[in-house]
Design a protein around this ligand. Structure first.
Ligand code: SAM
Length: 311
């Protein structure tokens, strides 16, 4: 796919109905030869709309008006390019805990959580957040994670977590202002509710920081898993990570994780982690598949807004 086509597609499929600002920018970039020529100078993995728009936001550039965005980007390209080359999209969405919770709560307790592709580790606190599944509320305090659950009874307890650790190629630290600014910039402009959720989840993590290890989810997983305490159920999990991992490495990861004791929870798009048989998805929206030990259980919305149980 050309860069122009990928921006047009992003605008029409991903940003449409979610972020009018990013929809406008993506469509404008898709028709702008000068901006497309600059993007062409970047490695393919660095040309994504999400990365460009987040870097411009991080630097304080305008993202509401395509003409102002264009002028800013052309005038500041060296700084933008440096940030793009240095950074990756590492959105950390605590809301995803709402779709992990039904599985986590049903496993033998207590749990030792090991998240691969943890970013800043905000999904390592499913026991500390509050949840609202329709009328059903679980826990108290902030953030409250809202989730529409269908085909299942909402969970009635939060897990008992005795150990939490994350593995990431580039772990982020919510107490570092630069990392916090990048996590904020990754949230799309209109999504104030997600920004508030990020701040609340970051406060939870900052009060009791997780063990975050810099490493690869294939090469460094066994050593970190070996540090989990005896007497707890080891749960290796990941959400929205494998699309960033080349296909042969995804297979290598699945082989490593299957060889570990405990359980494996995956929440990934069906085209990056394949399952033999899946029912029709509930809508045309971008959905992940929640799976336990390789068995698919539910469709889930990208930020944990909904879970549709089918197992
Ligand atoms: C889109 S973020 C998702 C973060 C978190 N799982 C969540 O759902 O909020 C994907 C994360 O995976 C990490 N990642 C990508 N490839 C990886 C690899 N081979 N090993 C470890 N982490 C990786 C990235 O650095 C990034 O922080």
């Amino acid at each position: 796919m050309t860069i122009a086509a990928s921006y047009a597609r992003f605008g029409a499929r991903e940003a449409h109905g979610v972020s009018p600002a990013y929809e406008r920018l993506a469509l404008a970039v898709s028709r702008d030869d000068e901006l497309l020529a600059l993007l062409e100078t970047l490695p393919p993995a660095k040309r994504q709309p999400n990365l460009l728009f987040a870097v411009v936001r991080l630097l304080g550039g305008p993202v509401e008006d395509p003409a102002a965005f264009r002028a800013y980007t052309l005038a500041n390209w060296p700084a933008i390019e440096a940030e793009i080359r240095a950074r990756t999209t590492q959105t950390n969405e605590a809301g995803r805990c709402a779709v992990l919770l039904p599985v986590l709560a049903a496993l033998p307790q207590p749990l030792a959580l090991l998240e691969v592709g943890a970013s800043a580790g905000l999904c390592l606190y499913p026991d500390r957040y509050a949840y609202r599944y329709g009328e059903h509320v679980l826990g108290a305090g902030e953030p409250v994670l809202d989730c529409v659950a269908t085909g299942m009874a909402p969970p009635t307890r939060r897990p008992d977590v005795v150990w939490r650790a994350g593995l990431d190629l580039n772990p982020l630290d919510v107490t570092d202002p630069a990392d916090a600014a990048w996590l904020d910039a990754l949230i799309w402009p209109e999504q104030e509710h997600r920004r508030a959720r990020l701040r609340a989840a970051a406060a939870v993590a900052a009060a009791d920081p997780p063990l975050l290890i810099r490493g690869d989810l294939v090469d460094d997983l066994p050593a970190l898993a070996a540090r989990a305490p005896a007497g707890a159920t080891l749960v290796v999990f990941h959400t929205s990570v494998l699309y960033q991992v080349p296909a042969p490495r995804r297979d290598a990861f699945a082989e490593v994780v299957r060889g570990l004791p405990g359980h494996w929870i995956a929440n990934e798009a069906p085209d990056v982690l394949r399952h033999d048989a899946l029912p029709e998805p509930p809508s045309g929206a971008h959905l992940n598949v929640l799976a336990l030990d390789g068995k698919p259980l539910a469709w889930t919305r990208g930020h944990g807004q909904a879970i549709n149980w089918f197992a």
